[in-house]
Design a protein around this ligand. Structure first.
Ligand SMILES: CC(C)(COP(=O)(O)OP(=O)(O)OC[C@H]1O[C@@H](n2cnc3c(N)ncnc32)[C@H](O)[C@@H]1OP(=O)(O)O)[C@@H](O)C(=O)NCCC(=O)NCCS
Length: 172
């Protein structure tokens, strides 16, 4: 049963993170192919503590807003795929609804991040969100391609967490 703020796509279940999500996040975010984009040097690698904090923060986001980041699973078989959804975040000195996405390397290049992004945009509209943004390191071609495929528009370069990032937006 899918609840408010959750989504079903052609291939994916996009769910409110449950009690054990820190374990799934650890398998995702400590994979070197994922971590390199989210914790580039000189940032410290993710620790177990970071994963538990991310899980608590995502769950608190849902409690506060009724929507939030998703723990995403395959409809067929239920394997953990990644993290997507929506998250309020400080971007360029403003509070914005950001679209986060990260996909397990074994499940990449099947269109999953794009499905997650399109579902997150639909959910944002349902909750009356007026604008969503996405940002990534300039060299992250896969993430920028997902932004393009999901219909976001390139705005420009900004500094975020002390590093140059590209910012994309979609007015809803
Ligand atoms: C970015 C990420 C979420 C994309 O997930 P995904 O499920 O593979 O995305 P999709 O399959 O929907 O689309 C990926 C697109 O990028 C393209 N792509 C992949 N690697 C690429 C590369 N190195 N250069 C250019 N394009 C690339 C794919 O060909 C595909 O485009 P296409 O459909 O036109 O062929 C995944 O690579 C990831 O988790 N990366 C690590 C975490 C991360 O970078 N998160 C975003 C940080 S803001």
């Amino acid at each position: 049963m899918i609840g408010s703020g959750e989504a079903v796509t052609a291939d994916l279940l996009c769910l409110r993170p449950g009690a054990k999500v820190a374990d799934d996040y650890e398998s995702l975010f400590t994979d070197p192919a994922v971590e390199r984009w989210l914790r580039p040097e000189p940032m410290a690698p993710f620790s177990r503590h970071d994963m538990e904090r991310m899980a608590r923060r995502d769950q608190a986001h849902w409690d506060q807003h009724g929507f939030g980041p998703w723990s995403v699973r395959e409809r067929e078989g239920g394997a953990f795929v990644g993290r997507g959804g929506l998250a309020w975040a400080a971007v360029n000195g403003k509070l914005e609804v950001e679209l986060p996405w990260a996909v397990m390397p074994s499940s990449q290049n099947r269109g999953y991040a794009t499905e997650m992004a399109i579902a997150a945009i639909r959910t944002a509209r349902e909750f009356g969100v007026e604008r969503v943004v996405s940002l990534t390191l300039p060299a992250n071609r896969a993430s920028r391609r997902v932004m393009d495929k999901a219909g976001l528009r390139y705005v420009g370069e900004i500094e975020h967490v002390g590093l140059p990032h590209v910012l994309y937006e979609l007015n809803l």
